[in-house]
Design a protein. Structure first.
Lengths: 114, 112
């Protein structure tokens, strides 16, 4: 069982380019999340999806879009990357249930926009 | 909206010493509370969580945390720190809608 995989591991991108960060989970969790982590700011929620076919905006959604066509995949797209989107991006999924409600995190994608 | 404050950006302890990392939250109802650890270059790993019941929660790697409603706190403790505990620690608060909010993190430095 892989848990959550993210691809690529790291990427250097020219400003203005389009980029999709991939996230796949094999735990059949309904809820999935995208965070960005910046030094001194902790993790900030970009977008989330409570179940396949639905998405919602988090704290910092501008410049990002997501889709949730099925349970396993939750890609994050930067339509036109800007340097302020340089960050480490983490995908997470949630195991639901009163006593087991827990988020599981992927290993992250380090993105540099020049 | 809920919020989380981790007042210490960095904490330095000697190996074998006790540890307490502070976390204060703001939320109107009973929160779900979490502590995560992040080793360099890694994702976040859940240490422990509080949903209800016993306010002293035991986690992995010898960590524990105590929920104190009167102080809106959920401090993380370990009686004897190991060099491998050096990492970034994040407190998080969730609600019934489960959109968790994370603190900014506390970096733990362990001296030999």
């Amino acid at each position: 069982i892989a848990g959550i995989t993210q691809a690529p591991t790291s990427q250097i991108l020219a400003a203005g380019r389009r980029m999709t960060l991939r996230c796949t989970q094999d735990m059949r969790h309904n809820a999935m999340y995208w965070y960005r982590q910046d030094l001194g700011l902790g993790l900030r929620l970009i977008h989330y999806s409570n179940t396949a076919g639905t998405t919602g905006k988090g704290e910092v959604p501008d410049g990002y879009s997501v889709s949730r066509a099925n349970t396993d995949d939750f890609p994050l797209t930067l339509a036109s990357a800007v340097p302020s989107q340089t960050s480490v991006y983490f995908c997470a999924s949630r195991a639901q249930g009163r006593s087991t409600d827990t988020q599981y995190f992927g290993p992250g994608t380090r993105l540099t926009v020049l | 909206a809920q919020s989380v404050t981790q007042p210490d950006i960095h904490i330095t302890v000697s190996e074998g010493a006790s540890l307490e990392l502070r976390c204060n939250y703001s939320y109107g109802a009973t929160p779900y509370l979490f502590w995560y650890v992040q080793s360099p270059g890694q994702g976040l790993q859940l240490l422990l969580k509080y949903f209800s019941g016993d306010t002293l929660v035991q986690g992995i790697k010898g960590f524990e945390a105590e929920f104190k409603r009167s102080q809106s706190s959920f401090n993380l403790r370990k009686p004897s720190v190991h060099w491998s505990d050096a990492a970034e620690y994040f407190c998080a608060v969730g609600t019934k809608s489960y959109i968790p909010t994370f603190g900014r993190g506390t970096s733990l430095i362990v001296h030999p």
